[in-house]
Design a protein around this ligand. Structure first.
Ligand SMILES: Nc1nc2c(ncn2[C@@H]2O[C@H](COP(=O)(O)OP(=O)(O)O)[C@@H](O)[C@H]2O)c(=O)[nH]1
Ligand SMILES: [Mg+2]
Length: 336
């Protein structure tokens, strides 16, 4: 059962006057009244149109979509958040689909998969290829298939969002959200959505090469804690390869022509040594990360058991009419 009044619609905007009013009204039409627009200091009438349409409008203190979203979540009191672009490329009528898993299961983060129903012209070929590449890299490095990690239509609980350590200011925020969900074992699910092209007169703020490059870099940087073998091993592998190539060259020149290259030999040796060490370091870090994860899971299971045990004993004592038992239960559940 979806409780729409428990959901806050979060719309980051920057120069979206052409569409933001429509987005807000369509949400109101399907029963979502709590709408927060976090604006990046638009030069057009975005802020005015949004507040006239009935949304709460706040201007972000920094710059970039990422900073805007982080700042906005701190202002939200509702336990459930639905994030959407202000550009009318996503359908407010599909909001229930995204929010539903949060209410009906223990899922804490829902991603709308744009590739499930991509309208013609919604994404340039370049962006499609880039998105595919990024999703593949994510699956390979972080070991989970979330289909469309860069989607801007997602629903999550405020509590799960607060667990994530996010630092991206710009469009890296979606990548960070996906990686952090994996890292913190946050139950994540994917639902199909429709992705439409921007309306006339509206322009994207995305710069494909620059933002795409940044996203790949973020994916790599964040592999340190999710997949250290990849993080250290990939550089170690390249370094070893260079070392082996240099050694082969030196050996060839010496054996065939009788010429020796001391400096290149030294460089090759160092490169190989560094490479092998990095790979070993990756394996060790991986061991630490895996053990740490196992321990954390065990601690979480124990915590859960303790909680259920506590509430059971409390129930029993309240059953006997013990008032103090009742107070204890509320105190412990309140802490969570
Ligand atoms: N507050 C804020 N919102 C931004 C900023 N940059 C982009 N946005 C908004 O973030 C959403 C996603 O950006 P968009 O340009 O649609 O990216 P795309 O969907 O990847 O093409 C849109 O609603 C933008 O208006 C920014 O610097 N600050
Ligand atoms: Mg968009």
């Amino acid at each position: 059962m979806i409780q729409r009044e428990e959901v806050c619609i979060l719309i980051p905007t920057y120069n979206e006057a052409a569409s933001v009013g429509e987005v807000i009204e369509r949400f109101q039409d399907v029963g979502y009244e709590n709408i927060l627009v976090i604006d990046g200091g638009s030069e057009d009438r975005t802020q005015e149109i949004a507040s006239d349409a009935g949304a709460r409008v706040v201007e972000q203190s920094g710059t970039g979509k990422g900073q805007a979203v982080r700042e906005a979540v701190e202002l939200i009191e509702k336990p459930y958040i639905l994030m959407i672009d202000g550009d009318a490329t996503y359908r407010p009528e599909q909001a229930d689909r995204l929010v539903e898993p949060l209410f009906s299961s223990n899922v804490e983060h829902v991603i709308g998969d744009r590739f499930a129903d991509m309208q013609p012209g919604a994404m340039t070929r370049l962006n499609k290829v880039g998105n595919r590449m990024i999703n593949r890299a994510f699956r390979f490095i972080h070991g989970r298939d979330l289909q469309d990690i860069l989607s801007g239509y997602r629903a999550f609980t405020r509590e799960s969002f607060e667990q994530l350590s996010l630092s991206a200011d710009g469009f890296g925020i979606e990548t960070e959200l996906a990686v952090e969900c994996v890292r913190h074992d946050i139950q994540t699910t994917v639902v199909p959505i429709t992705y439409e092209s921007r309306p006339e007169g509206s322009e994207t703020n995305l710069r494909p090469f620059r933002d795409g490059g940044n996203i790949l870099l973020t994916l790599y940087r964040m592999a340190k804690t999710n997949n250290p073998i990849f993080y250290f091993g990939s550089i170690g592998f390249i370094s070893s390869l260079v070392g082996v190539a240099l050694a082969a060259f030196v050996a060839f020149r010496f054996l065939v022509y009788g010429i020796s290259h001391e400096v290149i030999a030294l460089a090759g040796g160092v490169s190989l040594l560094v490479g092998v060490q990095l790979i070993m370091f990756g394996v060790l870090s991986d061991l630490i990360v895996t053990m740490n994860r196992q321990h954390r899971q065990r601690v979480e299971r124990i915590e859960q058991k303790l909680d259920s045990l506590e509430s059971e004993t409390a129930e029993q004592s309240t059953g006997k009419g013990d008032e103090t038992g009742k107070e204890e239960t509320t105190a412990t559940t309140g802490e969570q």
